[in-house]
Design a protein around this ligand. Structure first.
Ligand code: 6GU
Length: 227
């Protein structure tokens, strides 16, 4: 899978993909992540990528030309399953959509900035729009990093223990049960006895019960909604 990220501030995306699981996935050749500066496609003599909004509201708007040319140029090289725009007024990102995207082909992620992007890009070039929550970020870059991380960890072979991505919180609409490691006692704080019992059937039942209880207590909405 290849993920191309279009941004006006590509420096914001230097950190998130150069460590940990995403870094390993890139090194194993399981994903290719390419960050592009929208400005590189601007045909303006000053490499301008934004302009004042028609109608005169505050802030600047990303213009069509550099973004349309960037997308056309990428599409001339390979096929893309989706062109995703990260925006606070997009569909709220849930695990179900991430699972789906991790099984698609190549993706283009477009990051908005300033007051937004010309609406015609959204109408004619973008195929899906996601928000990562009800709060406002300065731009779509951090959201694109969140989406990329969530997708990449699901690509087969990325996480060593095949089980581990499937047992994440949210995969079955349940929060994950608590985990413990050595020492079995610290400062008088004890690991639940059952986890040290060696009775795998009883342990699995306990973990399931904990997941249900935690979800009921912390996120009862997960029982009602699709993810
Ligand atoms: Cl995708 N973009 C911005 N700018 N703010 C956000 C967001 C996205 N998701 C939540 N807040």
């Amino acid at each position: 899978m290849r993920i191309d990220i279009l941004s006006a501030v590509p420096g914001l995306l230097e950190g998130p993909f150069s460590d940990s699981i995403v870094k390993r996935a890139k090194e194993k050749g399981l994903v290719e992540i390419v960050v592009h500066n929208i400005r590189d496609w601007s045909t303006d003599k000053h490499k301008k990528i934004d302009d004042e909004p028609f109608g005169g509201s505050a802030g600047m708007v990303l213009t069509i030309q550099p973004i349309a040319d960037a997308i056309a140029s990428l599409k001339s090289e390979r096929a893309y399953a989706e062109v995703i725009f990260l925006t606070p007024d997009g569909e709220q990102l849930k695990q179900g959509a991430v699972n789906h995207l991790s099984m698609q082909g190549n993706l283009i992620l477009l990051c908005g900035h300033y007051k937004g992007i010309d609406q015609r890009i959204r109408e004619h070039l973008v195929t899906r729009e996601f928000s990562i929550g009800d709060y406002v970020l300065s731009g779509g870059e951090l959201a694109a990093a969140v989406l990329t991380d969530a997708i990449v960890r699901l690509i087969p072979g990325v996480i060593g223990d095949e089980q581990s991505a499937l047992t994440d919180s949210f995969q079955d609409n349940l929060l994950a049960p608590p985990v413990y490691t050595r020492p079995a006692e610290y400062n008088g704080w004890k690991v639940p006895e059952i986890l040290r019992s060696g009775d795998h059937k009883a342990i699995n039942e306990w973990l399931e019960e904990q997941a249900v209880e935690r979800t009921q207590a912390l996120r009862p909405d997960l029982f009602e909604k699709d993810s």
